[in-house]
Design a protein around this ligand. Structure first.
Ligand SMILES: [Zn+2]
Length: 481
């Protein structure tokens, strides 16, 4: 293993990724400076299973890590944490925000179940499972929490959590080691949301920004247009008797979509309300997770807190949405709208409903999240004539339903990303969390944006390394405050 043998020069800050560089999935980045080692995120890759879904943990000696920070609860950022904590020689401390920890527990519990259900019958599933319920429970007890805007210190590494938007509990971390400050955005959004605070600019400057590049140089339509398109498209399909499947990640963006639909149904009661067109939220986690959302209203934006205060009812207690734990209790008569997880249709509830509904022309599958390369959601967007059945890949199912995509993934687009990067003003930009092409385009756009600073002392350096490739940045004469 080549990575662990080399120690960076004492003036150099070293960055490299064990996953999540030039790809979306299995995020895991390492920072080394002045003998301190830090890990950022510990995700899995949603297009792979078992050990193949992990970051390249065997390329690095995890026992050298002082501190591990988890930006948010999404599986591509947090789902290999129990593996790291229980099945490797990692001995560092782990921090996340309170809501992330609360949701992490239920999500990963479900992840363990879903991944073992995915195993083919008769096959020994223990090899494929990354960790057990017991590992998860034991890791949970050792995870420490951090409040937004509070600074902690571990072994000379200072770190502060800031709001990142994106999903409930998501944080950006500003890290300071020996006077050098690094901002890690995780996944972030800057647009005003129905329920979340958008990402904020830390009051102190940063020397390095590690920033997501999911959407590259693409531009999102304004939020109001997207909301209107979403509700009109769904309304048209159900009024013609069609069924609408919205594959969603159980938690996070699903709640934003539910706020939009519940309000729209409320405003169109005569046509849609009173069970005429029911909306279902199908997830094993539905009830548990909604109670987490109901608990953390105080961590959301002013708008939703005001609604909470004014109406004296919780905005996450929906009037037009009912919960389904599984499909046994689902009577599939007439038009309906179904939000079901997982969001990329890999297996589980959303995949079962897809296979049931996709042969019919009048039905709609509407993708609202970011679809990772190699998943069914990404494949479906190519409008294939047929899809393989998840239970028996030799059987194909005709795909005649409509497929559409309206993004509510809550990642910055190019304009928002550039504006934020400019506000941070770091002279070293490291791009992560993006497929190679959009990331490469973002790099070019950033370099041309900052071209006037080239060959000056404020020159901006942009890096788009691959996994396991070092970026070394020299810091000389850093004043330690
Ligand atoms: Zn995310």
């Amino acid at each position: 293993t080549q990575l662990e043998n080399e120690v960076p020069d004492k003036d150099h800050l070293r960055f490299f990724s064990l996953g999540g560089s030039n790809e979306v999935g299995r995020s895991c980045h390492i920072l080394q400076y002045k003998g301190k080692t830090l890990m950022l995120d510990a995700g899995i890759h949603p297009a792979h299973q078992g050990l193949a879904s992990l970051p390249y943990y065997d390329e690095f000696d995890l026992s050298t890590i002082d501190l591990l920070l988890i930006s948010h609860f999404h599986l591509d950022h947090a789902a290999s944490l129990p593996y790291v904590m229980q099945r490797t020689n990692f001995r560092g401390r782990v921090f996340m925000t309170h809501p992330t920890k609360a949701i992490y527990r239920w999500l990963l519990n479900d992840f363990v179940k879903v991944t073992s259900i995915g195993d083919s019958p008769g096959q020994d599933s223990s090899n494929d499972n990354l960790y057990s319920d017991e590992d998860l429970a034991e890791s949970f007890d050792r995870i420490e929490t951090i409040d937004y805007h509070s600074t902690m210190e571990v072994n000379g590494i200072k770190f502060t959590a800031f709001h990142a938007g994106h999903v409930l509990g998501a944080a950006m971390f500003q890290i300071e080691i020996a006077g050098v400050r690094v901002l890690f955005t995780g996944d972030y959004s800057r647009e005003v949301d129905r329920h979340l605070n958008s990402a904020e600019v830390p009051p102190q400057s940063s020397d390095v920004i590690i920033v997501e590049s999911t959407f590259g140089t693409a531009t999102h339509e304004p939020r109001q247009n997207r909301e209107r398109k979403l509700t009109q498209l769904i309304h048209t399909v159900v009024s013609k008797g069609g069924r609408v499947l919205l594959p969603v990640f159980a938690l996070g963006r699903a709640q934003e979509i539910m706020l939009i639909l519940d309000e729209y149904w409320q405003n169109h009661k005569e046509e849609l309300g009173n069970g005429q067109v029911p909306i279902f939220y199908a997830s094993n986690l539905a009830k548990k997770c909604m109670s987490v959302f109901q608990t953390y209203v105080n961590m959301m934006n002013d708008d939703i807190r005001k609604k909470f205060k004014d109406s004296q009812t919780n905005p996450f207690i929906f009037k037009n949405i009912s919960y389904l734990k599984n499909l046994d209790e689902f009577e599939d008569f007439g038009p309906s709208v179904m939000l079901a997880s997982p969001g990329m249709l890999q297996n589980g509830l959303s995949r079962d409903i897809l296979e049931k509904w996709c042969p019919e022309e009048k039905n709609l599958v509407l993708v609202t999240g970011y679809s990772v390369e190699g998943t069914m959601a990404k494949y479906l967007l190519l409008e294939p004539e047929a899809i393989p059945s998840v239970h028996n890949p030799e059987i194909t199912i005709p795909r005649r339903c409509q497929v559409d995509e309206i993004t509510f993934a809550a990642h910055v687009d190019f304009r928002e990303n550039l504006e934020f990067i400019e506000l941070i003003g770091a002279s070293n930009i490291i791009l992560v969390h993006g497929e190679s092409n959009p990331m490469g385009r973002l790099k070019s756009a950033l370099l041309s944006n900052f071209s006037s600073l080239k060959d000056t002392e404020n020159e901006v350096h942009v890096f788009n390394p691959r996994n396991c490739v070092f970026v070394d940045i020299e810091f000389k004469d850093v004043k330690v405050a």
